[in-house]
Design a protein. Structure first.
Length: 394
C-alpha cells in the first residue's frame, strides 16, 4: 500500500507562481499604461511567438541569453526550439526579416512573458514579464537619449516620478586592457577585480594602467564628476569617442529632464554582454532592484540599434499600489441599464444570479465594496478585503 501523500496541485516549480487578484490585473494595467506611452512616441507594437527555432534565436544578441533558454524538440519538424528568455533578440530578428524593407530608423515596442532556466538569485522568479522599445537603424546620441527619456516617461505613467538613470560603458574595460597590450591572464584578473570594485587588486595587477583604472573606478557616481574624470583621462582614441558620446547623451537627457537623477559608472560591464556602446539601468529611489535595462547593440543583420526593457513586476513593486476598482453587487432582476451606468462611472458590477434574502450580506460574502439599493451604490460596511485571496506560492 502506498502511503505517500498525493502531490499538492498548488505546488509549482521553483521560480514560478500564480498571480492572483488583484495583482494580475494590476500588472496587466501597468504594462498597457507603459505601452500607451510607447505608442505615443510612434513605437509600433509587435508580438513575437513564445517559441522559435534555436538557430534563429541564439544568433546575434540572443547568444547572451542562450544558456538561460529552455530547449524543446519540435515534434513536427524535429528541430530544436527555444522558449524565449528575453524578447530583444526576437525584435532584432523581426526588424532584419519581416520589416527589412521598412524605412529606418525603425521604432518597435513589445510586451510579453519570458521564461528563464534560472532566476536572478535565490527565490527570484523565472517567469518575467517584459515591456520595452527598440530603435533600430540609428547610431546617434539623439537615439540613445530618446530611448532613455521614453522609458522614464513610461515609469512616470505608472507613478514613478523620481527614477534614477545609471549609465555605463561596457566596452570601455575590454578596450583599455586590449590597448595596453596585457596578456589574456592579466586581463581576466583585472576584469574580475574591476567587476568586484576591488581597487587594491587593480593596483596590484594594473601596472602602468593602475592609476587610470583606479581613477575611473572611483569616479562612479553623479554624472558631472564622472564625465570630468573621463575628460581628464588619457584614453585611446576609440575610448575618447565613446566618452564623448556619453557626454552628449547626458547633455540631451538633462536638458529634457533636468530633475532626473543621472549617475555614471564608467567601468561597469556586468550583465551587458552584447552591448556595444552606452548601456543603462533604471532604478527607483531607495531600491536596489532594477526596473529596466538596455543600451546600444548591433541588431541581427549588423544594424546599429538601441533599446530598453522594463521589468513589469519590479516596476509595479516599486510603484504606488494601484487602488482596486470598487465593485457593486447588483441583485438578480435589477435594471441592466443601471449596471451599465455604474460601469461607465468606474465601478465594476457583480450581477446576482439568483434572488437572495439579504442582498447586503450576499455582497459582503462575495467581497463587494457596494450593494445596489434603489438604483444607487451603497457602501458595504466591513466588507472583506480581496487581499484575503492572496496566497504564498512556491
Amino acid at each position: 500500500m502506498d502511503d505517500q501523500a498525493p502531490p499538492n496541485p498548488a505546488l509549482l516549480p521553483a521560480g514560478l507562481r500564480d498571480l492572483l487578484p488583484p495583482d494580475a490585473e494590476t500588472e496587466a494595467a501597468g504594462v498597457e499604461a507603459a505601452m500607451a506611452v510607447f505608442a505615443g512616441h510612434a513605437y509600433r507594437r509587435v508580438k513575437p511567438p513564445l517559441l522559435e527555432f534555436e538557430e534563429s534565436f541564439v544568433g546575434g544578441s540572443g547568444a547572451a541569453v542562450a544558456e538561460q533558454s529552455f530547449r524543446i524538440m519540435d515534434p513536427d519538424s524535429h528541430r530544436m526550439m527555444v522558449l524565449r528568455a528575453d524578447m530583444t533578440p526576437q525584435i532584432a530578428r523581426i526588424a532584419a526579416t519581416r520589416l527589412a524593407a521598412h524605412p529606418r530608423p525603425l521604432r518597435l515596442s513589445y510586451a510579453g512573458q519570458c521564461v528563464r532556466v534560472r532566476g536572478g538569485g535565490p527565490g527570484t522568479d523565472r517567469q518575467v514579464p517584459q515591456a520595452g522599445i527598440e530603435l533600430i537603424g540609428a547610431d546617434s546620441a539623439a537615439a540613445d537619449a530618446e530611448v532613455m527619456l521614453v522609458a522614464v516617461e513610461a515609469l512616470a505613467a505608472l507613478g514613478l516620478q523620481r527614477p534614477s538613470l545609471d549609465l555605463t560603458l561596457p566596452t570601455l574595460v575590454p578596450a583599455l586592457l586590449e590597448n595596453a597590450g596585457m596578456d589574456a591572464a592579466t586581463q581576466r584578473i583585472l576584469s574580475r577585480a574591476l567587476d568586484r570594485k576591488d581597487a587594491a587588486e587593480v593596483a596590484r595587477h594594473g601596472a602602468a594602467m593602475a592609476p587610470l583604472l583606479t581613477d575611473l573606478l572611483l569616479a562612479a557616481g553623479p554624472a558631472a564628476p564622472a564625465l570630468e574624470a573621463l575628460r581628464r583621462a588619457n584614453l585611446p582614441a576609440t575610448c575618447r569617442d565613446l566618452a564623448g558620446r556619453l557626454a552628449d547623451v547626458v547633455g540631451l537627457v538633462q536638458r529634457a529632464a533636468p530633475r532626473l537623477r543621472v549617475t555614471i559608472d564608467p567601468l561597469e560591464f556586468r550583465g551587458f554582454r552584447y552591448h556595444t556602446g552606452i548601456a543603462l539601468t533604471l532604478f527607483a529611489p531607495g531600491r536596489h532592484e532594477e526596473l529596466g535595462r538596455g543600451g546600444r547593440y548591433f541588431s541581427t543583420d549588423g544594424e546599429p540599434a538601441t533599446g530598453i526593457t522594463l521589468y513589469a513586476d519590479a516596476v509595479l513593486r516599486a510603484a504606488i499600489p494601484r487602488t482596486e476598482r470598487p465593485t457593486v453587487f447588483v441583485p438578480a432582476g435589477s435594471d441592466l441599464a443601471v449596471a451599465q451606468t455604474l460601469r461607465a462611472a468606474g465601478f465594476a458590477t457583480l450581477g446576482g444570479l439568483d434572488a437572495v434574502t439579504d442582498n447586503t450580506e450576499e455582497a459582503r460574502r462575495l467581497r463587494c465594496s457596494h450593494v445596489l439599493v434603489a438604483g444607487e451604490p451603497v457602501p458595504v460596511v466591513n466588507h472583506p478585503s480581496s487581499a484575503a485571496d492572496t496566497e504564498t506560492d512556491n
